[in-house]
Design a protein around this ligand. Structure first.
Ligand SMILES: [Zn+2]
Length: 65
């Protein structure tokens, strides 16, 4: 393996760990809706990993998108 291969391997490894860190970050559900501030039911937090809004606000956001 030459130096360029080694460097590419390092870059790949760093990109992979950065992506993994993002997935973990976004995989954490919020306790409170980031739109209205109401508590998000734990059932929803489990059902929708990474959710940041309550059902009502998520529905509104879906319509806007
Ligand atoms: Zn909300």
């Amino acid at each position: 393996m030459d130096e360029a291969d080694y460097a590419q391997d390092r870059i790949d490894a760093e990109i992979s760990s950065a992506i993994a860190a993002r997935v973990i970050y976004y995989g954490v559900s919020a306790n409170e809706c980031d739109v209205c501030g109401l508590l998000i039911p734990s059932a929803r937090q489990i059902a929708v990993p990474g959710c940041q809004q309550c059902v009502q606000c998520a529905a509104v956001l879906e319509r806007v998108r």
